[in-house]
Design a protein around this ligand. Structure first.
Ligand SMILES: *Cc1c(COP(=O)(O)O)cnc(C)c1O
Ligand code: SF4
Length: 335
């Protein structure tokens, strides 16, 4: 038998899938059998914040359904063009809490590192849609950020966010996490990522194996907004993490027309739990310019959370919160 030669620097399958993500509105509408009447608006709003969606996520969208809850998270609409006086480009005050480029230190004991500006999907409601990543890029291989964390023994948890930290290749990510391992006061590493949801192949053996043997306790916070996002492949990716002793939590954003009804939120919690994920936060939308059509009133949000509390065990009810700039933590909204 002829031995198979495997090239050392082979591009991983997930990276190829990411390179093939759809960014062209015409292509999106064609693949999903959607009417061309949506095209002009999609093109226009994609100029403000580009369209980006993986084929994996696309496969979970119902063809021909303009109101599909997954489609609505990624399709650029004309509504994004309307300015609103209460909505800004830095709604949570991140730029005021940046001691060194790429690091956000707002809350005690925890610090957030924007490991990369890149995401595997572009969510239309994203509060970072206007973030000036190019000016905030962590430079010198994170040296400044790591130095800052080393100097503050009151920090016990490093949060990797972005963008999406799993956009980094395994080798880059492991290099960063090896540095973190040398900081004795860091006990926990938390990774905020949408990859298990939008490109489950990103969760490969090498990644979960690496996280398993890390000195710190690893928590992965996924970001799922709708039960239709959680198919068998996503479930497998999440189970692989869970089998490697990684704690799995979910955060969602409460979004009008997507998940602002009791049945959807109940199903989301139930399905998350069947994937070994506990619901953590349900966020009220950050008031970012261009996302106002996703807003749900506090009154409705409280009614929804009350209904969840009546119908689910306590551990399946997420905490309803909002982020106000200048506060020492995310603020609970009590129903
Ligand atoms: C949300 C957030 C955190 C984490 O807050 P938790 O309540 O611990 O989940 C930390 N830093 C920043 C900048 C955040 O936005
Ligand atoms: S994956 Fe997260 S950071 Fe990236 S666009 Fe979506 S919500 Fe924003």
């Amino acid at each position: 038998m002829i031995p198979r030669i495997v090239p050392l620097c082979q591009t991983p399958a997930w990276q190829k899938q990411l390179n093939n993500a759809i960014s062209c509105p015409t292509e999106l509408l064609r693949q999903l059998d959607l009417p061309n009447s949506l095209l002009a608006a999609a093109n226009k709003s994609a100029k403000l914040f580009p369209l980006k969606v993986t084929h994996s996520y696309l496969a979970r969208i119902e063809k021909g359904n303009v109101n599909d809850p997954l489609l609505r998270q990624i399709l650029p609409l004309i509504d994004e063009q309307y300015p609103h006086p209460d909505y800004s480009t830095d709604p949570v005050g991140d730029l005021d809490a940046t001691p060194v480029p790429g690091l956000i230190h707002k809350y005690r004991g925890r610090v957030l590192l924007m490991a990369t500006a890149s995401c595997g999907i572009h969510c239309r409601y994203c509060f970072r849609r206007h973030f000036p990543y190019s000016e905030q890029k962590p430079s010198n291989n994170w040296r400044q950020a790591i130095e800052y964390i080393k100097k503050d023994p009151g920090l016990h948890e490093l949060i990797l966010s972005g963008g999406d930290p799993l956009s980094l290749s395994n080798s880059k990510l492991f290099r960063l996490l090896n540095l973190v391992e040398t900081i004795p006061h860091i006990k926990r590493v938390r990774i905020h990522t949408r990859y298990p949801i939008i490109l489950p192949d990103r969760i490969d053996q090498a990644l979960s194996g690496y996280l398993h043997q890390h000195r710190c306790k690893v928590v992965v916070v996924v970001h799922s907004n709708h039960p239709n996002e959680l198919d068998a492949q996503v479930q497998n990716a999440l189970k692989l993490l869970n089998n490697n002793d990684i704690t799995l939590l979910n955060q969602s954003v409460l979004l009008a027309g997507i998940n602002n009804n009791v049945d959807t939120l109940i199903q989301l919690s139930e399905r998350l739990f069947s994937c070994n994920v506990l619901p953590y936060y349900l966020h009220q939308l950050d008031k970012v310019q261009g996302a106002q059509h996703f807003a749900v009133t506090d009154m409705q949000a409280k009614t929804l959370i009350k209904a969840l509390r009546h119908q689910l065990p306590g551990y399946l009810v997420p905490r309803l919160v909002r982020e106000n700039s200048g506060e020492p933590s995310k603020q609970p909204i009590l129903g």
